[in-house]
Design a protein around this ligand. Sequence first.
Ligand code: PSU
Ligand code: MN
Length: 302
Amino acid sequence: MPKPMIEVHPEVADALEADVGVVALESTVTSNLGLPSPANLEALERSLRAVRDAGAVPAVTAVLDGQLVVGVDERHHERLLGVAQKVAERELPIAVGQGWAFGATTVSASLALASSVGVSVFATGGIGGVHRGAEHTADVSADLGAIARHGVATVSAGAKSFLDLPRTLETLETLGVPVIGWRSDELPAFTARTSGIALGHRCDDIDELASIVRVQRGLGRGLLITNPVPEADALDQDAHDAALDDALTEAARRKITGAAVTPMVLGRIAEATAGASVPANIALLEHNATVAGQLAVAMTGS
Ligand code: PSU
Ligand code: MN
């Protein structure tokens, strides 16, 4: 029998078949392109645990030895912490065709894989968005179009704080993406709970959220749920803003552009905030995995 195009973990396949909730998780955040070691392992373990504690089955997406995978088996989890090539949606066929050893899937690639196999909920940390200065560079993350196109609900702590948040929200509107604040009225700013930017819609009830997602999936489209970092883990905003300014100045001076910007800026913020951003990052990933798990469970039986 030829190999399937996407390898779905047997536990995930069973859960989809039995209509048990499944939550897709990305693999960029735990690779060398995301969190430093050993925080990446902690983030992976706590995210997986959070999905399971909510009663759902986690499915990490990745490209391993040129194979598209939804639900990386536990015995390969160590590989998720290693050196990766970044795989956004456009890289999926290249990573397979060229047999990349470890392609770490971003939000856009994870959504493409999740929707292809029928997974309806996806959790990440912060989505990509419109970069500052995009009026000159046109650097807009492929995440936004992917959230619109794929019939999957994305749970995130908003967009990463070094992005242009007002333009990110405008672009989501242009793409027809509903943005719903989970028990909150403002767009969160990743490691900060608030951004000062009001959202048009909020939801406080998981069954109501499940109904909204069901309709949007029925239309074959996706949506964004924003879930603020837990209060106790939020980052001091002044320290964060100062570190961010420095990182963006350095990126501009070193002429870093394109896909390399995100990993570089995240690394610099972590260094400059003496590691306080890393625990916040782990806490928000875990919190998003919990809400995604609850949503996936609420969506079963329909
Ligand atoms: N948020 C993080 N760390 C990350 C990312 C997001 O805290 O590494 C990744 C996600 O995988 C997201 C990607 O999809 O960065 C966006 O990259 P770009 O800006 O190049 O589209
Ligand atoms: Mn980009």
